[in-house]
Write a protein that binds this ligand. Structure first.
Ligand SMILES: O=c1[nH]c(=O)c2[nH]c(=O)[nH]c2[nH]1
Length: 297
């Protein structure tokens, strides 16, 4: 029987790297979830068990923690690029490295009207992330946000859809629109002010969600994506995955109570899952930018 090894990669997933900057009594915190993976000429490790080319996942983990101290943590994109480049140096058999970083944001706890020096509360408003793929002579950065839970209590319609004998959904010109948005955008290059770009894109996504009078979640996503591409030439494409978090009007008529769009049941599942990519016509080749990003390949 002829068989061969197919695509493979290996690394340490979900290193919870927490860096405290304590040079002054006013501490700073960076809280990351870092996953690393190397791909390349690692056939022997699988087919014969010979591990001479394998930089252990334990070493990858150690590097992630050591760099948090030695290099510090600036923008997560910068940290991921630095780690990826290091792995290509440390592992001659690696042809590519994939570094995924999620950042959990903390805010200072307010005490007597002031942010406390060393006590923090986890921020809401989504989880920032990046996926960096470095190859020898090439680097790809896809950044984004997940768990951005947004809702509008009106300004959303859904009607005119295709109907068949199984269609029961009533048409509506006024519904709740809610989602827990995942958005990932691919940068054209690495000459980017990462923090500024992230802040602006996030603000723009939220602003557009609020402003767009929605005829469907699909139309809202396309509008949000177009606004990002129009305002950010450094972004080649943006991809969305948006669960439609249905809110159903509760029938209060059995109790003789009217319910003109005021009391809803928030359904957990099932949910519509709306996914879309919005791309610039002249976007560069994505290369391995989306490599091993579930749901975004
Ligand atoms: O915004 C929506 N898009 C759909 O495709 C869809 N399908 C559905 O049942 N409700 C909705 N809402």
């Amino acid at each position: 029987m002829a068989i061969h090894l197919g695509a493979n990669q290996y690394g340490k997933a979900e290193n919870r790297v927490v860096r405290i900057y304590r040079d002054t009594p006013r501490h700073e915190i960076r809280d990351l979830n870092v996953s690393t993976a190397l791909r390349g000429r690692f056939d022997a490790a699988h087919t014969t068990g010979e591990q001479g080319d394998v930089l252990p996942t334990d070493t990858q983990k150690n590097t992630a923690f050591a760099f948090a101290k030695e290099k510090g943590i600036g923008a997560i994109e910068e940290y991921a690029l630095t780690l990826g480049e290091r792995f290509l140096v440390a592992s001659p058999a690696a042809e590519g490295a994939r570094i995924e970083v999620e950042e959990y944001a903390w805010e200072r706890i307010e005490v007597d009207g002031q942010g406390h020096d060393h006590s923090f509360v986890r921020s809401g408003g989504g989880v920032r992330n990046t996926i960096v793929n470095v190859e020898r002579g090439q680097a790809y950065v896809v950044s984004g946000i997940s768990d951005l839970v947004v809702l509008k209590s009106t300004g959303s319609e859904f009607h005119g859809f295709l109907k068949d004998e199984y269609t029961t959904l009533p048409e509506t010109d006024d519904r709740i629109l809610a989602t827990s948005l995942v958005a990932r955008w691919r940068y054209e290059h690495t000459d980017v002010e990462w923090d500024k770009a992230y802040d602006r894109i996030k603000a723009l996504l939220l602003e557009q969600f609020a402003k767009i009078h929605s005829l469907a979640l699909q139309q809202t996503l396309y509008g949000m994506g177009s606004a990002v591409l129009e305002a950010h030439p450094e972004v080649a494409e943006i991809r969305f995955s948006a669960p439609n978090k249905h809110h159903f009007l509760v029938d209060l008529s059995p109790f003789g109570v009217e319910n003109p769009g005021e009391v809803f049941v928030a359904a957990d599942r099932p949910y519509g899952l709306i996914e879309a990519t919005v791309t610039r016509d002249d976007a560069s080749d994505p290369g391995s930018a989306w490599h091993a990003t579930p749901g975004f390949c």
